[in-house]
Design a protein around this ligand. Structure first.
Ligand code: ADP
Ligand code: MG
Length: 248
């Protein structure tokens, strides 16, 4: 689904990604783990085209195209979704309105009928309830004054409404209480359809017990140093990142 070849990237003058190779398969759940500052968030930003990150070498192939040539909005319209580690608050931009505009933009791009306001409200209510969100949050400013857990649920709400093909979640589980973790995990599981690809960044095993990943990759010092199955999580937990046997 996505093929990342030898990506080098920097933020300002700092070289962060130093040759990342990663193939994300259709229908699979890929997980990236790795120490703080390894470059995990930088990799997600390189994929979506975030302005912080300058890709200096390599390719990211998606649907037969090198998407590094595309502006971020087009990558999103083509079906790539990223939930940021720290979702930004945008007071004054209504949460529901923002999400409907995003959905309508995607529908227009794909020459589909646009969801109207009434249909959208119904859809949003249904999804928000499933996620255990207070429906009052729908009408507030985007993430405005939301708690950490509310922001993460709101990200999952966006994901469920936009129905992306590639779902990248950067520490969606950090700081969640037990109920929120369950609601978020169930949202992720609802999106599994055998075709969508997931790239999930986490430090914790708890979410992995819910979502059953196919592959675990370890990112360390700007490179993928190890790939394995779910059993790798236990090895990492017992040995830590420094002593784990590297592939390369
Ligand atoms: P991870 O997500 O693996 O913890 P990041 O990709 O966020 O790591 O960060 C990798 C490195 O890039 C860190 O050393 C971090 O301090 C640095 N970095 C990230 N964002 C910025 C920024 N906007 N300006 C300067 N340095 C940054
Ligand atoms: Mg990060």
């Amino acid at each position: 689904m996505i093929k990342i070849n030898n990506i080098h990237a920097k933020i300002g003058d700092n070289s962060i990604l130093k040759g990342v190779d990663l193939a994300l398969e259709a229908g699979k759940v890929h997980v990236i783990m790795g120490p703080n500052g390894a470059g995990k968030s930088t990799l997600t930003k390189a994929i979506v085209g975030h302005y912080d990150v300058e890709v200096t070498d390599g390719q990211i192939m998606y649907k037969g195209k090198d998407i590094l040539q595309l502006p971020p909005e087009e990558r999103a319209l083509e079906g790539i979704f990223l939930s940021f580690q720290n979702p930004v608050e945008v007071p004054g931009v209504n949460n529901a309105y923002f999400l409907r505009m995003a959905l309508n933009a995607k529908e227009k791009y794909h020459e589909q009928k646009e969801t109207n306001a009434a249909e959208f409200l119904k859809l949003m209510r249904k999804n928000a309830e499933q996620l255990g969100m207070n429906t009052e949050m729908i009408g507030r400013g985007l993430n405005d004054g939301f708690s950490g857990g509310e922001k993460k649920r709101n990200e999952i709400l966006q994901m469920e409404i936009l129905q992306p093909d590639v779902i990248i979640l950067d520490e969606i589980d950090s700081g969640l209480d037990i109920d929120a973790l369950k609601a978020v995990s169930e949202g992720i599981n609802r999106m599994k359809d055998g075709k969508r690809t997931f790239l999930i960044i986490t430090h914790y095993r708890r979410i992995l017990d819910y979502i059953h990943p196919d592959y675990i990759h370890v990112l360390q010092d700007g490179k993928i140093v190890k790939t394995g199955g779910p059993e790798l999580v236990e090895v990492l937990e017992s040995q830590g990142y420094q002593t784990v046997q590297k592939d390369t």
